[in-house]
Ligand binder design. Structure first.
Ligand code: ADP
Length: 438
C-alpha cells in the first residue's frame, strides 16, 4: 500500500514538473502539485474526524487509495467493538436475572470491605438499601461482633451462623469467598428450617433419654435386690438375671451418655465455670480407671505425671467426663499387663493432657471418624468392654466448648496417644505466672 502511495506521489510530482516546464518553472509546478496533494489529504482527514465525531452507525465515508483502507479498518474495528459490547451487556443481564432469582443472598464487596453490589435476596435478608448503602463498609451494616470478627479474621474455611439482624426467629449462614485482588463474595443462606430440625432432633433425643432413665433405674434396682439373694435362685434364673443386670447397666450408661451429649449440644456456653484442681481430678480418674481395670480382670500400670500442678478453668463436670472417657478407653483397649501414662504439662500455647497406652491401637484410616456418634473400629470389642460408642463424641463436644482440641496418634498393635490441648486462657493465672517465672 505504501509503495503504491509513493508511486502515485512520484507520478504526481513528475506531472507537476512537466506542467511547470510548460509555464517556464518546474519548481512551481511541483509545489502546486504538492499543495494539491496536501489539500486532498486534509480534506480526507476532515471527513474522518467528522465521521468519528458523529461516532454513529452511519455508513463509512467513501475514500480512495490509502484513505479507503483506513476508513474500512476503523469501521470494522468499531463494528467488532459494538458487537462485543452488546454481547457483554446480554451476559450481564442474564447474570443479574439469575442472581435475582436466587434464594441465596449474594453480596459483592471490594478490597476494603465496602458494598459493591447485592441481589434481591440479600436486600430481603439483610435489609440493604440502594443507594444509601452502596459503598458502605459491610461491618457498619451487619454489626454483630461475631460477624465482625469472622469478617476481619479472613479465615473463611467454615461458614458462620447467626440470627438475622432483621428477625430473631431467622437463622442465617454466611459464607465468604475471596476473589480477584482481596475482593470478597458473601453468600447468605436462610438455615432456619435446618436449625429447627436440629433443635427438634436434640430435644427428642434429650426427652427420650430422660424418660428412659426412671424405668431403667427401677429395673436395675429390682435386679440388684433379687440378686442379693442369689443363693436362693435356681441357677438358670440367676444367670439370666445377671445378664439382665449387665444389659440394664449398659443401657443406663448409654442413656447417661446420650443425656450428657444432648446437654452439651443444647447449651451454647459452659455452665458453672470453676477452677479445676488437676491434681485432684486426675488422681480421682486414675483411681476409677484402676478399679475399671480390676473389674475387667486386667493388671495395668497407670502412671500419673503432672508438671506443673495447676488448675484448669472450665466446667468440672464436663472436663471430668471428657478426660475420664479418654482414660477409660485406654483401659478398655489395652490388654492385661499394659502400661498407661497420663501426662499434664503446660507451655506458651496452653495446657496439655495426654493419655498414652500400649494397647491395641487404631489404624489411621479411622481417625477422622472416631468422634462420630456410635462409630466403632470394632463393634464387638467395644460393646464387650462396656462401650457406648459415644465417649469420643462427648470428648469432642466438651473440648469445643472449652476452645480446646484433640489430636490422635496411634499405631495398630503398638498403642495410642490421645492428647487434649487447652488454650492459655483456660489455665489458671497461677500456672501462667509460674510458666513466666521459668
Ligand atoms: P466406645 O464406647 O466404643 O469406646 P468411643 O467413642 O469412646 O466409643 O471410641 C470410639 C472407638 O475408638 C472405639 O470403639 C475404639 O474402637 C476406638 N478407640 C478409642 N480409644 C481407643 C484406644 N485408646 N485404643 C484403641 N482404640 C480406641
Amino acid at each position: 500500500m505504501l509503495s503504491y502511495y509513493l508511486k502515485s506521489l512520484t507520478l504526481s510530482l513528475i506531472a507537476g514538473a512537466l506542467l511547470g516546464s510548460l509555464f517556464g518553472s518546474i519548481a512551481w509546478g511541483m509545489v502546486l502539485i504538492l499543495v494539491g496533494v496536501l489539500g486532498w489529504h486534509y480534506h480526507q482527514l476532515h471527513r474522518l474526524s467528522s465521521w468519528l465525531g458523529r461516532n454513529s452507525d452511519q455508513e463509512v465515508p467513501e475514500g480512495s487509495g490509502l484513505w479507503s483502507k483506513i476508513f474500512d479498518d476503523i469501521y470494522r474495528e468499531q463494528k467488532r467493538h459494538r458487537e462485543s459490547q452488546a454481547q457483554l451487556k446480554a451476559i450481564l443481564k442474564r447474570v443479574q436475572k439469575s442472581t435475582t432469582a436466587l434464594k441465596e443472598g449474594v453480596v459483592m464487596l471490594d478490597a476494603q470491605g465496602n458494598l459493591d453490589w447485592w441481589n434481591a435476596a440479600a436486600k430481603r435478608m439483610l435489609g440493604f438499601k440502594r443507594p444509601q448503602d452502596q459503598r458502605q463498609p459491610i461491618i457498619n451494616l451487619i454489626r454483630d461482633p461475631n460477624f465482625i470478627r469472622y469478617f476481619r479474621n479472613r479465615s473463611y474455611s467454615t461458614p458462620l451462623e447467626l440470627t438475622s439482624p432483621l428477625d430473631q426467629e431467622i437463622s442465617l449462614q454466611f459464607t465468604i469467598t475471596e476473589f480477584a485482588r482481596n475482593d470478597r463474595l458473601l453468600i447468605v443462606r436462610d438455615v432456619t428450617r435446618i436449625h429447627k430440625l436440629e433443635a427438634m432432633r436434640r430435644d427428642f433425643l434429650g426427652n427420650v433419654s430422660h424418660e428412659l432413665k426412671t424405668p431403667l433405674t427401677v429395673v436395675q434396682g429390682y435386679l440388684e435386690t433379687f440378686l442379693e439373694q442369689r443363693q436362693q435362685l435356681p441357677s438358670p434364673i440367676e444367670k439370666g438375671m445377671d445378664q439382665m443386670l449387665s444389659q440394664a447397666k449398659r443401657m443406663g450408661n448409654l442413656v447417661n451418655d446420650l443425656l450428657m451429649l444432648s446437654r452439651l449440644e443444647t447449651g451454647t456456653q459452659v455452665e458453672e465455670e470453676t477452677q479445676i484442681d488437676l491434681q485432684q481430678l486426675l488422681t480421682e480418674i486414675r483411681s476409677d480407671a484402676q478399679q475399671l481395670a480390676q473389674r475387667q480382670g486386667k493388671q495395668l500400670e497407670i502412671q500419673l505425671n503432672i508438671e506443673p500442678p495447676g488448675w484448669l478453668i472450665g466446667s468440672e463436670k464436663e472436663v471430668l467426663s471428657a478426660l475420664s472417657n479418654l482414660v477409660y478407653n485406654a483401659v478398655r483397649y489395652t490388654p492385661d499387663g499394659g502400661l498407661i501414662e497420663l501426662n499434664w504439662w503446660t507451655d506458651q500455647r496452653g495446657g496439655h493432657f495426654a493419655v498414652k497406652d500400649n494397647g491395641i491401637g487404631i489404624d489411621p484410616s479411622h481417625f477422622s471418624r472416631l468422634t462420630e456418634r456410635f462409630y466403632r473400629v470394632d463393634y464387638s470389642r467395644s460393646t464387650a468392654s462396656g462401650g457406648t460408642g459415644l465417649g469420643l463424641a462427648i470428648v469432642k463436644h466438651v473440648l469445643l466448648r472449652h476452645d480446646a482440641h484433640m489430636d490422635i496418634q496411634s499405631t495398630p498393635g503398638k498403642g495410642s496417644t490421645f492428647s487434649c490441648h487447652f488454650p492459655t486462657r483456660t489455665i489458671s493465672s497461677d500456672i501462667q505466672r509460674r510458666q513466666a517465672d521459668r
